[in-house]
Design a protein around this ligand. Structure first.
Ligand SMILES: Nc1ncnc2c1ncn2[C@@H]1O[C@H](COP(=O)(O)OP(=O)(O)O)[C@@H](O)[C@H]1O
Ligand SMILES: [Mg+2]
Length: 340
């Protein structure tokens, strides 16, 4: 690899794209919806989120470790633009209640907000919500990174969910955050909000075979060879990442670079070993397998090999489709993605 590329990941990336005939980088860390992978139940969760947003009057939560794909799913929900649903997305949980109300009002195209006092904005917002409800429109307030919110702000958000007509709640609320959110919600102070939660979506890690499908899917989407990662390399990425998509992307990108530096035609086990050596992840809560555990590792290779053989006789792979044709009808309630 040229010296400049060694110290400059962006340059190295530009060069390896060419080497592997890729249209674009397959493993970037931004939640780019063009790369949405519907496997690992993500597609089914997306369908269920959409259904819940339209049909429940309670509060919805989506929680999971950092990097499991919560923001990606939130963006997919917004991008789908379900008919009859307006989504107000708040990515900054440090906002005050009045600022949040201001954002909702502005997103719902209310005018002259700067001339009104907060209490007046709230009153007008209620009228606007009633008006939209009358037209069959539902409004979802989606708060990302909600685990950072203080219990006091969460309580104020709950009070917003009390905006109602005689028969219906006017504002649906979805709280998206890391697992700490569940701990905050478990406190006795949060009981009123907890009792309003009707749907919970805990997002888990991908299993070993789902990781292999994920790698193939993202490679294909980037215009490259879906089989570039060989089976053992994929299993090691699965184990070293714990099945967390963000970590998979970090390892896969580094392994691609290692393979490119060695002028290899595919990504093999030793390229992932090199990538894993220079990547330090903190251990996840409840994590059972460490990537160097030889027993679980060879079992995983065996399972993946079986899975690939089955898929060969069942092609094409279902993987990566956004769902309506792969998932059962969305069901509400506790919805688990597969554990690692
Ligand atoms: N369903 C998915 N399909 C494709 N890539 C995903 C998916 N979920 C997550 N990712 C990738 O994993 C990374 C982390 O996802 P993100 O949504 O930011 O996680 P979180 O919000 O849970 O911390 C992103 O870079 C994104 O590219
Ligand atoms: Mg996020």
């Amino acid at each position: 690899m040229p010296a400049i590329a060694q110290h400059n990941p962006a340059v190295a990336r530009a060069i390896y794209l060419d080497h592997f005939n890729l249209r674009e980088a397959p493993f970037t860390l931004t939640p780019n919806t063009g790369f949405f992978f519907g496997g690992g139940e993500r597609g089914a969760v997306l369908d269920a989120l959409e259904y819940a947003s339209l049909n429940t009057e309670g509060v919805i939560t989506m929680t999971g470790e950092v990097g499991t794909g919560k923001t990606m799913l939130s963006r997919m929900l917004i991008e789908r633009k379900p008919r009859n649903l307006e989504v107000v997305y708040i990515a900054n949980p440090a906002l005050t209640r009045d600022e949040i109300i201001h954002i909702i009002a502005s997103e719902l195209r209310m005018r002259n907000l700067d001339t009104l006092r907060p209490v007046q904005i709230l009153k007008n917002l209620q009228k606007r919500l009633i008006d939209l409800h009358g037209k069959g429109k539902r409004v979802l307030l989606l708060i990302d990174e909600a685990h950072v919110m203080s219990p006091e702000t969460l309580e104020e958000i709950r009070l917003l969910s009390n905006l109602e007509t005689n028969h219906h709640k006017l504002l649906r609320i979805m709280l998206v955050g890391q697992d700490e959110l569940n701990r905050t919600l478990a406190s006795s102070q949060m009981r009123p909000l907890r009792e309003r939660i009707t749907e919970r979506f805990p997002l888990g890690a991908l299993s070993v075979s789902e990781v292999a499908h994920y790698l193939a899917f993202r490679m294909r989407r980037a215009g490259g060879n879906p089989d570039l990662f060989d089976g053992k390399a994929a299993v090691l990425i699965a184990n070293a990442s714990g099945g967390i998509t963000r970590r998979i992307n970090i390892l896969a990108e580094k392994a691609l670079l290692a393979a490119y530096s060695a002028e290899a035609e595919s990504v093999q086990l030793h390229h992932v070993e090199a990538a894993a050596r220079e990547t330090k992840f903190t251990r996840l809560r409840g994590e059972r397998t460490l990537w160097w555990n030889p027993r679980t590792w060879s079992l995983s290779v065996l399972n993946l090999w079986r899975d690939r053989r089955q898929n060969d006789t069942r092609s094409p792979l279902q993987n990566g489709r956004t769902t309506s044709n792969m998932a059962p009808a969305p069901s509400l309630g506790k919805h688990r993605a597969s554990p690692a």
